[in-house]
Every structure is written in C-alpha cells, then in structure tokens.
Write a protein that binds this ligand. Structure first.
Ligand code: PGA
Length: 259
C-alpha cells in the first residue's frame, strides 16, 4: 500500500495562538495513525511558524512555509530567506500556490528560481500547479500543466527527487467560489502530470507524490484518494478545524484501504 499524503495550507488565517492550538489538537487526534501510512503536513503563516515549530512534536507533522525568496539575503524588502526558514528548522516549503501566481503575479520562471533554491537548501519542496478556467475552456490544460512542470523543474538534478512533491490545484476549483474537480477529471490530469514528471526525471519520478487540492471536502475526498494516480489531498477550508481534518483523513484512509 502506498503512503498517503494529507496537508493543509492555512493561508492568511489563524493567529499565533490559534495555529499552535490547532496543531496540538490535530496531533493529539491523529498521532495513533502510523507515520508509515500517512504523511501529515501543515503550512501556517510566517508569523506563527516560530512558536508552532517550538511547541509541537515534529515527529507527527511536517511544518512548512507558504513561500520563500530565491536568494539567501539582499535587498528584497518583505521577502523571507531560506536561511531564515532554516533557523526555524522547517521541513517544507510550498512554491507557486495559485494565489501567489494569480494574486501576486508570480511566473513559472520565478517558481523555478524558488524551487532550485529550496532544493539547494534541502527543503522538501511542494510545487503547486494548475490551469485557470480560461485555459481549461481553451482546452489547453495539459499544455499548461506540462509548461508549469517543465519550467518549474528546469535544471533540477534527479538526485533531488526525494525532496520533490507536487500539488495539482486547478485554479477554478480553489476557495469559496471554487468548483471541485470531479475525481475523473483529477485522475486524468494527475496522469498527465505523472507522465511529464517521468519525461523530466525518468523512472525515479515514480517516487514523487502528486496531491490533489481545490475544494477537497468530506463529500469528495474518498473518491479522490482512491484514484490510482492521486497520492494525497491538499486541503484548505475543510481542514481548518482539527476535528474535521482528522475525520476527513481517517475516512479517506479507510476508503483507500478498502477500495
Ligand atoms: P480550498 O483551498 O480547499 O479551500 O479550496 C485549497 C488550496 O488553496 O490549497
């Protein structure tokens, strides 16, 4: 059985206290689940990271940052350096979330610089990709996903593969106005992504987990996780109460095991 990945990005929600108490609750609810069966990760705000990192048992949950600069230091007002994230002993960095690309104008070339830098600093690097509604309507989703992967992972050596994760999050499926992708559509796109990763990295690419994100909820999680090319769920709103996330994880795990 493959390991299942479950994670959440807390976006610009939860203050320091709320983040720490959410993490403590989540750990106490899920710590009986073997770490060999699931990989659990949470990506809080920068301001919560330091106290979260110091107050939870990191064996149960990987902590990540929502973004990172591609330089170690310099005249980059408002940015966070990989060395600053290293100081907190972080495990994971997310690059290219849809909101970074579409609200803050990041490009594939920017994401490539960040991916390279994150891997050079030995972070597990979660690259998020996904087509917009317009691109989907023009029927160029596969080309867009392949472009995002080929530029995002340009010049990344194969030996870094064990540190690479990918999240497929179609832009039209994310957030309060999002329409969740059907599990059939998600599976089809995950296949395209896995084929492209194989072209880029060869057979070693089979080790790269590809997660689905975008309006994952208790109604669609089980159908998504049981698809052969979907290795995990990257959840927003439906994960922000520890009880709900715990239930979603357990139900999805059971559905996968009994499928
Ligand atoms: P959502 O967020 O589950 O609330 O749609 C997903 C994400 O942005 O990663």
């Amino acid at each position: 059985m493959k390991k299942l990945y479950f994670g959440t990005n807390l976006k610009m929600y939860k203050n320091i206290h709320q983040t720490t108490s959410y993490l403590k609750d989540l750990i106490s609810l899920t710590k009986d689940i073997s770490q060999e069966e699931i990989e659990l990760f949470v990506i809080p705000s920068y301001t919560s990271l330091s106290s979260a990192a110091g107050s939870i048992d990191r064996n149960y949950v990987k902590l990540g940052a929502q973004n990172m600069c591609w330089e170690e230091e310099g005249q980059f007002t408002g940015e966070i350096s990989p060395l600053m994230l290293k100081e907190m002993n972080l495990d994971l960095v997310m690059i290219g979330h849809s909101e970074r690309r579409h609200v803050f104008g990041e490009t594939d070339i920017t994401e490539n610089k960040k991916v390279k830098c994150a891997l050079e600093h030995d972070f597990t690097t979660l690259l998020c990709i996904g087509e917009s509604l317009e691109e989907k309507n023009f029927d160029i989703s596969n080309e867009v996903l392949r472009t995002q992967l080929k530029i995002g992972f340009h010049n990344i050596p194969t030996e870094k593969i064990s540190k690479i994760w990918v999240a497929y999050e179609p832009v039209w499926s994310i957030g309060v106005n999002g329409v969740p992708a059907s599990y059939q559509y998600a599976e089809e796109k995950h296949k395209v992504i896995k084929e492209c990763l194989q072209e880029l990295f060869g057979d070693a690419a089979k080790a790269i987990p590809v997660l689905y994100g975008g309006s994952v909820n208790p109604q669609n999680a089980n159908d998504l996780i049981t698809q052969p090319s979907i290795d995990g769920l990257f959840v927003g709103r439906s994960a922000w109460h520890a009880d709900d996330f715990n239930k979603l994880i357990r139900d999805a795990k059971k559905a996968y095991e009994t499928a």
